[in-house]
Ligand binder design. Sequence first.
Ligand SMILES: [Zn+2]
Ligand SMILES: [Zn+2]
Length: 290
Amino acid sequence: MNYSCLHTHTVFCDGKDDIETCCRRAWEKGLVSIGFSAHAPVTKKTGFKSDWHLGDDRLEEYLEAVRAARSRWEGKLPVYLGLEADYIEGLAGPVDADYPSLGLDYLIGSVHYLIPPNGAAPFTVDGPPEELEQGLREGFGGDGEALTQAYWDAVTAMIRAGGFDILGHVDLVKKNNRDGRLFNPAERAFLRRAEEAAQAAARAGIAVEVNTGGLNRKKTAETYPSASILRFFRENRVPAIITADAHRAEDLDGHYTDARETLLASGYTETVFFEGRKEGAAIWKTEEIR
Ligand SMILES: [Zn+2]
Ligand SMILES: [Zn+2]
């Protein structure tokens, strides 16, 4: 079975390796293509300080560096230019008007931040546990269900707003759900929100990623999303793409056999590979899972 990785972070944001090292490892590992997806700059748009996003002042340099890699690897390894865009309620999203002018091959849409409805400070659901605890306490009065609902509200709003090709780590909120701290993943209310996201994704014509980043960084015992959530995407005929959310070149195909198992367990018989754009839409090549 062929593999690719379109969700790759480098030293331009919070990854450990540079673009060339990642291309070389992807080639050595036999991946059919690689795509770079730096965390798109947020500071100018939101005022948030961040050490894990691409700086606004380095965006152009990043775009040029990936284009240069594409030229160097031409004929050997297709190299795609992407970004992982944050959806931050009321402040930033993949639908923002600045993205279409960048000449990207693709955009991943992801929710990391929550904006508490009571005016408390925004926080990320996948940051250190202390940050989550503080956000839960100050932003949601300790109500894990309310935090979880706010997460799904953001995911669904991002999908409906559109502007992106791949839905990033759709159940990321589980990363800090130690011992069911926030929610019970088997509960109907939780699964219902995931199903709603799957239906919205089908209408939007986007792909869902089966992301092994949590496994690669030993933060979760399963892919994003879980098989029980991925099943809703399969029922709604949403194409699924395997990605590593790699922050090191070594992880570019990390835990891909687990992703394959999750796809099969969810009823998928096919996966998709990105092959560029035509008339504004992503071209997906379908391959049977073997
Ligand atoms: Zn992410
Ligand atoms: Zn990522």
